[in-house]
Design a binder for this molecule. Structure first.
Ligand SMILES: [Zn+2]
Ligand SMILES: [Zn+2]
Length: 261
């Protein structure tokens, strides 16, 4: 990266194109070696699949999709943001997942330490190993371009024991995952009895309307007994009206009920 700060900082290190002589020349970077080359060179070198970074002496192999537009002027910031994004994606825990605030703070500190290790290139191998172990133990899919060896199947989160908050042991103080007990299936009647205890459809109702035009009743697609049943249900369901009880209560009462006799 340092040679780019010297003369010809803006030239493409591969083809030598200079934005001063090629207006509209655009550059792309990748997040593996952070070399910066022009779009034309990306197209030329990576159109037919995986290839080595064309910058002299660099043998990092890359896909075309790994080249992207530079967001920040300073490549150091660009790199730090990218590292931060990658680590945060793996170490993705929310405060409510921890037993205490203190545990959460420890987690944030740990994450910052790992980010800084990668940014300043200290303990890179060990840091990457920790992240990889954590990602595998927790079923997190890392970047597919540097993912696990083909054939190795990472366990998915739901396949793991319910109390395995973090099997790799990197993160401490996580709450045990409690699987809520299975709830009873949703009952739209909210416990209301579905047996017809308030009424019964009597044969006499049906004989009463026999021979009368029943098209209006049949329009809904019910047969008559069902229609009657449904009408009575709608009339009485939820009211808790027991006509027979009320009638016997009325008949037993000493005070005569006003009204026609
Ligand atoms: Zn170029
Ligand atoms: Zn390179």
């Amino acid at each position: 990266m340092d040679e780019e700060d010297s003369v010809g900082a803006n030239k493409c290190p591969v083809c030598g194109s200079d934005p001063r002589t090629h207006p509209g020349l655009r550059f792309k970077i990748n997040t593996k070696c952070y070399h910066r080359i022009c779009e034309g060179c990306v197209d030329r070198h990576f159109s037919s699949g995986k290839a080595e970074c064309p910058v002299g002496g660099c043998h990092v192999s890359l896909w075309k999709r790994e080249w992207r537009t530079q967001t920040f002027e300073d490549l150091k910031i660009e790199r730090e943001v990218e590292i931060r994004r990658r680590v945060t994606k793996i170490l993705d825990r929310r405060e409510e997942e921890f037993e205490t605030k203190r545990d959460y703070d420890d987690f944030l500190e740990l994450r910052e330490e790992l980010v800084m290790n990668l940014v300043f290139r200290t303990d890179v191998a060990a840091t990457n190993r920790k992240l990889k172990e954590y990602a595998q133990a927790n079923g997190i899919k890392t970047d597919p371009t540097d993912g696990p060896e083909p054939g190795a199947k990472a366990p998915r989160r739901k396949d793991m024991a319910p109390d395995a908050a973090d099997q790799s042991g990197l993160i401490k103080g996580l709450k045990r995952i409690v699987i809520p007990e299975a709830k009873a299936p949703y009952d739209p009647f909210m416990g209301m009895p579905r047996t017809r205890e308030y009424y019964e459809v009597k044969e006499s109702y049906i004989t009463r309307v026999r021979g009368k035009p029943a098209e209006a009743m049949l329009a809904g697609g019910y047969d008559f007994a069902q229609y009657m049943d449904e009408s009575l249900l709608r009339a009485f369901a939820g009211l808790g009206v027991f006509i027979e009880d009320e009638m016997s209560a009325r008949d037993n009462t000493a005070i005569p009920v006003p009204g026609p006799t």
